[in-house]
Design a protein around this ligand. Structure first.
Ligand SMILES: Nc1ncnc2c1ncn2[C@@H]1O[C@H](COP(=O)(O)OP(=O)(O)OP(=O)(O)O)[C@@H](O)[C@H]1O
Ligand SMILES: [Mg+2]
Length: 389
């Protein structure tokens, strides 16, 4: 069953669009994350869903009930939507203790006292705060306060819970632990969750599905693996941490593997291309790959698809080195693990040294860019680099 259905959701602030006809469908029990950089419209989407914002146009259905339909001037206020909301600022009542904060939505909903007491107990246990029941919330740590606000959001047993960057005020370790707690509460209380973050790691570890937003529109949606491994555009690749986004020309076509010569140099890369991409020979394309998806090759060796360059900068990152390499005019960022250096009998790579490496063609992707996918260019056939196993 679909729990959240959004069509044509549009929101203008003055003459500026924050959401541009967004369509969204979220299944019952799904944990979906809206991911994207600052200003892309994540909070606005969530606030429209929760009823804290009136959309300029569009229709929203929650749990099978229409709560917004601008064509019919229909707008159900937030307290009548039966949803929970967790904010970045914990938004707790400072004059109430932990149990009173959690019980508050139940009081408002006129849940009888005995049931209130038992629900508050269940929630205190679920978030591990049983011992803090009577503590004033102002005397809690940030992580504890956020657990109170999680419990409060779940108190009235909402079918759908919205989270707006609930963990961004916490330190890295606590953020991870609390993230796991959010996910296990989602499972335990069988809610549908819509979670906003700009932290890709959080999105990957928590979600069933990730929706990447760009300027008030959906740029790509998919499972965490799909978004992490196969971004379809340079925008998503860049946001998901692909350190190399380079322009090139298609010079060889296989079924999935495509040979691309980089524009600034004679370097040829093998790259994976989605089967439904039209990529004629000569098309100008963008190739994206992660720094770690390279293999060292013997220095000075020559092979098709092999990149030779000069190290410009070396950064020690513990498990290995990040290298900035000038490859005949194209700058590339690669990461070499210490174990790989060992197997090549090499020590610390130093600026000025020559380096050769192969880019894994199964991990280099042809992605869409703003300039369009297929501008014809001069063609020249070459042999594709051998796949790296
Ligand atoms: N109340 C408002 N008045 C005017 N413009 C607004 C208002 N709220 C948001 N905007 C604008 O709408 C756009 C989307 O904002 P939104 O808060 O949804 O972004 P976001 O993706 O949540 O960003 P962040 O990661 O910084 O929280 C931005 O350009 C923002 O400046
Ligand atoms: Mg926001």
């Amino acid at each position: 069953m679909t729990d959240v259905l959004v069509s044509g959701l549009t929101k203008y602030y003055g003459t500026k669009p924050a959401l541009r006809s967004l369509d969204l469908s979220i299944g019952s029990g799904e944990f979906v994350t809206l991911l994207g950089p600052s200003g892309c419209g994540k909070t606005t989407t969530l606030r429209c869903l929760a009823g804290l914002e009136r959309p300029t146009a569009g229709k929203i259905t929650l749990g099978g009930r229409v709560v917004v339909d601008t064509d019919r001037s229909l707008f159900v206020p937030p307290d009548k939507r039966h949803v929970g909301m967790v904010f970045q600022s914990y938004a707790l009542w400072p004059h109430m203790n932990v149990a009173e904060n959690i019980a508050y939505p139940l009081k408002v909903a006129r849940v009888p006292r005995p049931e209130r007491v038992s629900r508050v107990r269940e929630l205190l246990e679920a978030v591990g705060l049983t011992a803090f029941e009577r503590r004033q919330v102002t005397a809690l740590s940030g992580g504890q306060q956020q657990r109170v606000s999680l419990a409060r959001a779940l108190a009235a047993r909402p079918g759908i819970v919205f989270y707006d960057e609930p963990l961004s005020n916490l330190d890295t370790k606590l953020r991870y632990q609390m993230g796991q707690q959010v996910r296990s509460l989602h499972n335990q209380f069988e809610t549908t969750s819509v979670y906003v973050t700009h932290d890709q790691e959080e999105a990957i570890t928590l979600s069933d599905r990730i929706i990447v937003m760009n300027h008030g529109l959906i740029e790509q949606e998919g499972t965490p693996e799909e978004i992490y491994d196969r971004p379809r555009s340079a925008y998503v690749a860049d946001f998901m941490g692909f350190q190399n986004i380079v322009r090139g020309t298609v010079i060889e076509r296989g079924d999935e593997r495509v040979g691309v010569r980089l524009l600034d140099s004679e370097i040829v890369l093998g790259a994976y291309a989605d089967a439904d991409l039209s990529l004629p020979l000569g098309a100008e394309v963008t190739v994206a790959f992660r720094a770690e998806h390279v293999r060292l090759a013997p220095a000075g060796s020559v092979a098709i698809g092999r990149v030779r360059g000069t190290i410009k900068r070396t950064t020690f990152v513990g498990s290995g080195y990040n290298l900035l390499v000038d490859a005949r005019g194209t700058t590339m960022r690669i990461r070499i693990a210490r174990s790989e250096l060992d197997s090549h009998d090499l020590s610390t790579p130093a600026p000025g040294e020559e380096i050769s490496f192969d880019v894994n063609p199964r991990r280099a992707l042809i992605v869409a860019d703003e300039a369009g996918m297929s501008r014809p260019h001069a063609t020249q056939a070459v042999r594709l680099p051998a796949p790296i196993r």
